[in-house]
Design a protein around this ligand. Structure first.
Ligand code: ATP
Ligand code: MG
Length: 463
């Protein structure tokens, strides 16, 4: 029996997951979307197609493996092609292929895989693992055979690894589109929704209802598969909704467009050396709506670690961008008032050093709570779904860090300043230069959840 004889009924997203040839694939989203089943189907097809291939499927603990994925594989894998060897935790195929099950409870457990080689490694529930465990296992994917080498993972949002998984796969890219990183690795995020899983929806008609009864945060993660969630989120009104990229409705993230010449432009700045520095450019339209259309973020590539540029170097980079992109336009700059403080060096304050390079700022108003309220007022949607603040989807770091901000546990009214809040801080200097009146934070219109309704403006598509 070969792949050709195998009949598997698969959901559309399971097929997408199986067809993806990216180096790192994440199948993620709502609970019950068929992710684990998709992993097994993919592993089975791969084992049959590539004789003598070796794959590893990982969960955090062995009991988790046993109760879920091993159990399902027993029902799914045809007995004439493979035998399960319980002592080795692996399926041995007649054609010589192997599918091994493994677990990584602690950080050091990766060492069990020292020296091992796999064609494909599969993490199930990736957010239960650390990035260190993941990258170690990436190094175990190798071999001299010509078979495709891939890391394929599946997960719900949430869990200890929520942030790194989100950063690696979800931020800064569109779902289902392959992104290539600096090292040439090709990554893709394939969302799954519980409604995709017709098998479950048919067999268990009340499953979705039970998910709807969960508390807000869990419901967002498990029913809608949203990634912009976690406890204590400051800007809970945040929506990054691909459906709104063009319509600009119910989404803060939109597709970039050419800014009309007559709109006023602004630049804001928060200095950082060991931590990232932040520069953002904003434009205001005739209705007073703000658009964050560009950013220059001094992040080393690791979150919240700065590139250690001097004030002069930052100023030169700003000047170059503006000479190239903003020829002849007036840009009004605002910055953290602290950059006017004496530095003790002969060069003077950071503001003075930057002025010498031809980059000027006015002192921003440093009022934390009023600034935070301005962000809330501007993010809230009106009846038509329009906010007063948008972000071009090219402002990747703002889009990554703003929804991640949490409340300070000691001062629960304010943002916890130990986080990566530099772009947020810089933005407040601009918003406080021309504060708007309070806008009623419009609660998103309550709607019945219709799984089959395709034109949902958000919810299903809001990850
Ligand atoms: N193609 C399919 N054919 C038949 N049954 C399927 C198929 N895909 C999924 N199922 C069944 O639907 C249920 C949910 O699927 P699965 O466990 O793969 O979802 P999941 O996304 O991994 O969920 P969770 O987030 O809870 O881990 C399971 O009972 C599974 O066996
Ligand atoms: Mg699963």
């Amino acid at each position: 029996m070969g792949v050709a004889d195998l009949t598997l009924n698969l959901t559309a997203t399971q097929k997408q997951f199986m067809d993806s040839d990216a180096d790192e694939v994440l199948f993620g989203g709502a609970a019950g979307g068929g992710k684990s089943y998709g992993q097994l189907a993919d592993a089975l097809v791969y084992a049959l197609k590539y004789a003598g291939s070796r794959q590893l499927i990982l969960r955090r603990t062995f009991p988790e493996l046993e109760h879920s994925i091993i159990f399902t594989s027993m029902q799914m894998f045809p007995k004439e092609v493979a035998k399960y060897r319980a002592t080795h935790h692996r399926w041995e195929f007649v054609n010589g292929s192997l599918i091994e099950f493994g677990y990584l409870a602690g950080e050091k457990d990766v060492l069990r895989y020292q020296g091992a080689e796999y064609d494909v490694v599969r993490f199930d529930e990736l957010t239960h693992f650390t990035e260190g465990q993941y990258t170690y296992l990436l190094s175990r994917i190798r071999g001299v055979n010509p078979y495709p080498k891939q890391m394929k993972s599946s997960t719900n949002p949430g869990g200890i690894g929520h942030h790194w998984v989100k950063r690696r796969f979800i931020d800064g890219g569109m779902p289902n589109q392959v992104q290539t990183d600096e090292s040439g690795m090709r990554r893709v995020f394939i969302p799954s929704f519980v409604q995709d899983n017709v098998f479950l929806m048919e067999a268990d008609k009340t499953y979705q209802k039970r998910l709807e009864l969960l508390p807000e945060e869990q419901r967002k993660a498990l029913l809608y598969g949203q990634w912009d969630i976690f406890d204590g989120q400051v800007f809970a009104e945040w929506q990054n909704n691909p459906r709104g990229y063009q319509t600009r409705r119910f989404s803060h993230v939109i597709a970039p467009f050419e800014i009309p010449k007559e709109w006023r432009r602004f630049r804001t700045f928060d200095f950082g050396y060991a931590k990232p520095f932040a520069v953002s450019w904003f434009a205001l339209d005739h209705d007073g709506r703000a658009y964050n259309y560009r950013e220059l973020y001094g992040c080393s590539g690791e979150p919240d670690v700065g590139v250690r540029w001097t004030a002069q170097k930052i100023a030169r980079a700003i000047r170059e961008i503006e000479e190239r992109e903003e020829k002849g336009r007036t840009i009004c700059g605002y910055a953290d008032p602290a950059i006017w403080n004496a530095t003790g060096s002969n060069e003077g304050s950071i503001a003075e050093m930057m002025e010498k390079e031809g980059v000027y700022f006015e002192k921003g108003k440093n009022h934390r709570l009023a600034g935070k309220m301005q962000v809330h007022y501007r993010l809230s949607f009106d009846e038509e779904g329009l906010p007063m603040l948008y972000f071009f989807d090219t402002c990747k770091h703002m889009i990554r860090t703003l929804p991640q901000l949490r409340y300070d546990p000691v001062n629960p009214e304010d943002v916890d300043t130990r986080q990566e809040d530099h772009l947020y801080d810089a933005m407040k200097y601009f918003l406080m230069s021309d504060p708007i009146a309070p806008r009623e934070s419009m609660v998103l219109p309550k709607r019945e959840y219709h799984p089959l309704e395709e034109d949902l403006e958000y919810g299903r598509f809001a990850f």
